[in-house]
Design a protein around this ligand. Structure first.
Ligand code: FPP
Length: 253
């Protein structure tokens, strides 16, 4: 069954692991407030946590890790916080790029990169270019990303290419999303207790297993990851159909 779904076996736990994990990194603000710190300190701690998380998922054999760092709606936050998040993207790239490259991880950015300052666009472009041949895992950072926006842009591309109405299929649309060529997320994790999708990978998550944890993002560590993967391994994925064992049981009736 694992093979059928495209799952892999984890080198660490020996269990089934998702090919693609997507994460809504929530709770930085509350993490900071609980400590009497400014919200930005929470985002800083959250950025530090990304390194640990990448390593753990890569060790498990996950092939695609997609992180929601900044949504199209996050622009409405106070300017100070927006600026801090943009600076943290620069900090993350400066600090982690060598490490990602050494670890054979390919960096990709999904979202409106053109809204970033030009110096940062260049830095992002260089990072993507440097790591583009890396094959161990793809790390997608979603920045100025919105799920609805992703679908709207894909539709615009179809129209711009003059694709006929009858040729507008699910495959044709998926091929024009920012995730074109990637498998859909198998597991979607949200930290910090909220149980919402918040405009993240709306099309792509149609059959993702959802996993919610109370841990704030800066605290989301190895054990939380292992628990999420263990839970994923217990889920029965049917994609609207039936499992082979269910079909077998029906035959016996
Ligand atoms: C949600 O927490 C988190 C965000 C809006 C930003 C997530 C960003 C990071 C983890 C750091 C930036 C990373 C990169 C690569 C630039 P929240 O602020 O909504 O928390 P709250 O719900 O507790 O207030």
């Amino acid at each position: 069954m694992a093979e059928l779904l495209g799952d892999l076996i984890s080198p660490i736990s020996g269990g089934r692991v998702p090919r693609h994990v997507a994460i809504i990194m929530d709770g930085n603000g509350r993490w900071a407030t609980q400590r009497g710190l400014p919200r930005v300190a929470g985002h800083r701690a959250g950025t530090e946590n990304i390194r640990r998380v990448i390593e753990r998922f890569a060790d498990h054999g996950v092939q695609y890790l997609t992180l929601y760092a900044f949504s199209t709606e996050n622009w409405s936050r106070p300017q100070r916080e927006v600026r801090a998040l943009i600076r943290l993207l620069r900090y993350f790239l400066r600090r982690e790029l060598d490490n990602l490259h050494r670890n054979n991880i390919r960096l990709q950015m999904l979202g409106h990169i053109e809204t970033l300052p030009e110096w940062l666009q260049r830095q992002v472009g260089d990072a993507i270019l440097l790591t583009r041949e890396n094959s161990r895992m793809a790390l997608n950072i979603c920045f100025s990303y919105g799920g609805r926006d992703d679908v709207v842009l894909a539709v615009r591309r179809l129209l711009a290419e003059g694709v006929a109405a009858d040729d507008v299929t699910e495959e044709a649309l998926a091929a024009r999303l920012l995730t074109a060529g990637m498998p859909d997320p198998d597991l979607l994790i949200r930290t910090a207790g909220e149980q919402r999708i918040s405009n993240f990978l709306l099309w792509q998550s149609a059959y993702a297993e959802l996993y919610f944890t109370d841990a704030f993002w800066p605290d989301f560590g190895r054990e939380d990851i292992d628990m999420a993967l263990a839970e994923y391994g217990r889920r029965k994925r049917k994609f609207g159909g039936l499992l082979p064992e269910d079909i077998e049981a029906l035959r016996g009736r």
